[in-house]
Design a protein around this ligand. Structure first.
Ligand code: GDP
Length: 442
């Protein structure tokens, strides 16, 4: 999970601080030294760390903190606030012109950073907002890149404009804009060519596009896993071509988090989105406050709720709630619930958003395979068995176990779990409707 190791170290520092009733100036200094080490180990830019610690220290050793009843908590609050400030204070959105005008977004970045994937992810987000985006293949050096954009565009249901590899990128961009005007598109997203390293040709090509096309937003894509290199890349691109916003990809695989914590402070450019996986839906808006909260182990319940709202069909959820209240929940519903959780992202990621969970789960390997056995068992049941689990007798269970390739004890376990959940739902709905107020619960 993103920021795991940094998060763990900071939480240990804070545990010690909380454990002390009163704090001396020396206590705070020791704690901040540990915070400094943790940030450096997370590959946060050295200058950024220095300034960060200085700001926290100035605020934390003041009289107010020392004489407060909970100085440890106060210090943590200050670290949290300074971390939010570091990452940009406010959420920055991609700037779009009104829908009646054409917005041109130029995506740039090094090869392998995740530019083509992210371009398609952004197109999906814009489509959700009611825009009509056109993807443009400007990477004429890698035929595979054009193909990849076409495949991803198709997955997102977004048209891809391509002229093959025989034209200059600036001319492709111009032709694409003309095509967009003629065909009612209101956002053009240019997927430009990357190179393995920053080189003059790449920069010249990007500058040429910017000089000849009215680019609304220049968006840089960098790979979180490359740490400080990503920060250097951002600084160079911003200096040479001017960048409006940065997208950090592969944060799902980056346990350190140095790039996300340094880019804003070093370049002054905001982080717009973060890539959290390979799937085209794995792009999250960047909220500095929520990210700080995640890093400090305070969870990110808001993102969790949003994910649920995005993936869960409200009508179905209401129907499910009704069934639960009446304890009519069957194996079809069970299967549906598993699929919903899978759609929301890995279980590990979801749990990591709960306050305190990431520290507790750090040594536990959680992957989505844990549902596979259950899904196989339910899939081996007939329609009738799924909707009326009461008819499951030993011979039916034996057949199901064989079909699912598991031991019969697994089937028994699942049926037992189901029966227990049902019993619990009955009790709960009884309590909620007031029936349980007397007797047992009083
Ligand atoms: P480009 O050369 O910059 O266009 O990079 P691609 O879009 O081809 O991406 C390079 C690789 O990174 C591909 O295997 C992508 O699936 C993967 N990738 C892109 N974004 C993410 C992300 O946010 N998380 C993960 N885990 N992989 C990503």
């Amino acid at each position: 999970m993103a920021f795991d190791s940094l998060s763990e170290k900071l939480q240990n520092v804070f545990k010690n601080l909380r454990g002390k009733g009163r704090l001396t100036e020396a206590d705070v200094k020791v704690a901040l030294k540990e915070v400094k080490m943790a940030l450096l180990e997370a590959d946060v830019n050295f200058k950024v760390v220095k300034n960060f610690i200085k700001s926290v220290q100035e605020r934390a050793v003041g009289q107010d903190v020392m004489t407060s009843l909970t100085p440890g908590q106060m210090v943590i609050k200050i670290v949290n606030e300074e971390m939010v400030k570091l990452m940009g204070d406010e959420t920055t959105e991609l700037v779009l012109k009104p829908a009646s005008e054409l917005t041109v977004i130029m995506m740039c970045g090094l090869q392998g950073a995740g530019k083509t994937t992210t371009t398609a992810k952004i197109a999906g987000k814009l489509k959700q907002k009611g825009r009509k985006p056109l993807l443009v293949a400007c990477d004429v050096y890698r035929p595979a890149a054009i193909k990849q954009l076409q495949i991803n565009g198709e997955k997102q249901g977004v048209e891809v404009f391509s002229m093959g590899d025989g034209h200059k990128p600036v001319n492709i961009a111009k032709a694409a804009i003309e095509h967009a005007h003629k065909n009612g598109f209101n956002v053009v997203i240019l997927d430009t060519a990357g190179r393995l390293h920053i080189d003059e040709d790449m920069m010249t090509e990007l500058i040429e596009i910017k000089e000849n096309v009215d680019v609304t937003q220049t968006v840089l894509v960098v790979d979180a896993m490359t740490g400080q290199d990503a920060v250097n890349v951002a600084e160079t691109f911003n200096g040479k071509i001017g960048v409006d916003g940065v997208i950090i990809t592969k944060l799902d695989g980056d346990t350190r988090g140095g790039a996300a914590l340094s880019i804003r402070a070093v370049t002054g450019r905001p982080i717009l989105y973060v890539g959290m996986g390979e799937k085209l839906s794995d792009l999250e808006q960047f909220y500095p406050d929520r990210m700080a909260s995640r890093i400090l182990g305070m969870g990110d319940v808001l993102t969790l709720i949003e994910k649920a709202q995005e993936t869960i069909d409200e009508d179905k959820a209401r129907e499910m709630e009704k069934k639960m209240r009446k304890a009519e929940f069957d194996f079809n519903d069970f299967l549906e619930q598993i699929q919903q959780v899978k759609k929301m992202g890995g279980i590990g990621d979801l749990l990591g958003m709960l306050p305190g969970a990431s520290a507790q789960l750090k040594d536990v390997e959680i992957n989505d395979d844990i549902f596979d056995g259950t899904v196989a068992i339910i899939n081996s049941m007939t329609k009738k068995e799924r909707s009326q689990p009461d008819i499951l007798n030993p011979s039916r269970k034996k057949r199901i176990a064989k079909g699912a390739g598991v031991d019969i004890s697994e089937v028994n376990k699942l049926v037992k779990q189901y029966e227990q959940s049902k019993k619990m739902m009955k009790q709960m709905s009884g309590m909620m409707s007031g029936k349980g107020k007397r007797g047992k619960f009083k």
